[in-house]
Design a protein. Structure first.
Length: 315
């Protein structure tokens, strides 16, 4: 007597083999392609803290004031799809208590518009698509690259107009979520000049002078979700001043912020986004391949056993 394998055993065997083939495809093919910087972003982050600013009305620096920095990032989906890059338009306002109430970026203490273009896989800058500024560099901007390493990254500081080294400084919990902490500083650096009354910078005998603009940052801290590179908390301490031409000391403080940090609401939103993105990447790159391999191995073994039994010969 001769038995043949049942359709059920063949289905199990085929399904098992399919899952065994699917597991490495998910891990080695699908997962790397899922690590792409999103283009349809619409995110607002808010920093707050105490500091000083120069009041143009009284021509004096006001101290111990609330400083608010608001950054709105909007993805240009059409341009991103056309170019294959991540194209983000970035609006950043710095507000004092007076300008914050106006709720108009055009009336903010400071307002900048930028257009950042990066490679969606590596996070490297790409010089196309009407980027502004046209020479931005580094490897960390509004986010870090995927699979963040415990090393030094070059973070673009738009006020400085250059990349700043941020060194790995351990881990830190933000809203109960652990991230990698990176820190750095900016030494006082001349960034430009502006025409001001001479008396403003200690040159009363001169009507107008080209005062030097200087910038420093005594403390930059970024806490980053390792898998996605999303920044879940940030803190900066900018110091912008004016000096008389050729002077070695500051004459006027334009803006000083001490530990301007993501608000708790911003932290929660960033953590939620990072957690959701990280979970999706983990599912595609680890959980699903492992489950497919285990299930595929079990079904294949069981199917082989049923096929062998079904094909036994009985005399």
């Amino acid at each position: 007597m001769r038995k043949t394998a049942s359709p059920f055993s063949l289905v199990l065997l085929g399904l098992g083999v399919f899952l065994l083939v699917l597991a490495p495809m998910l891990a080695w093919y699908v997962a790397p392609r899922a690590q792409r910087t999103p283009v349809d972003v619409d995110v607002t982050t808010v920093f707050t803290g105490t500091g000083s600013y120069f009041d143009t009305g009284t021509l004096r620096t006001k101290n111990r004031q609330k400083i608010t920095v608001t950054r709105h990032v909007l993805g240009d989906v059409a341009e991103s799809e056309r170019s294959g890059r991540a194209v983000w338009d970035v609006s950043t306002t710095v507000d004092t208590p007076v300008t914050l109430e106006l709720k108009d970026p055009r009336k903010a203490f400071q307002w900048t518009l930028e257009r950042w273009v990066t490679d969606r896989r590596t996070n490297a800058p790409v010089h196309c698509c009407k980027e502004a500024p046209t020479r931005f560099e580094g490897d960390a901007y509004l986010k870090f690259p995927f699979d963040v390493q415990r090393r030094t990254y070059r973070w673009w500081d738009n006020t400085l107009g250059a990349a700043v080294p941020l060194r790995f400084a351990g881990t830190k919990h933000v809203q109960g979520y652990e991230g990698y902490r990176f820190t750095g500083t900016v030494a006082p650096t001349r960034t430009g000049s502006r025409q001001v009354p001479g008396r403003l910078v200690g040159r009363p005998a001169q009507g107008q002078v080209q005062a030097e603009e200087w910038y420093a940052n005594s403390g930059i801290e970024m806490v980053v979700e390792p898998r996605t590179g999303r920044i879940i908390n940030a803190s900066i301490s900018p110091h912008k001043t004016l000096r008389a031409p050729g002077a070695r000391t500051d004459a006027v403080t334009l803006l000083r912020g001490s530990g301007l940090e993501f608000t708790p609401a911003t932290q929660r939103r960033q953590v939620a986004l990072a957690d959701a993105d990280s979970t999706r990447l983990k599912t595609v790159g680890e959980t699903a391949p492992l489950a497919a391999a285990v299930a595929g191995g079990g079904l294949t073994l069981f199917g082989v056993v049923l096929v062998v039994r079904g094909r036994r010969r009985f005399s």
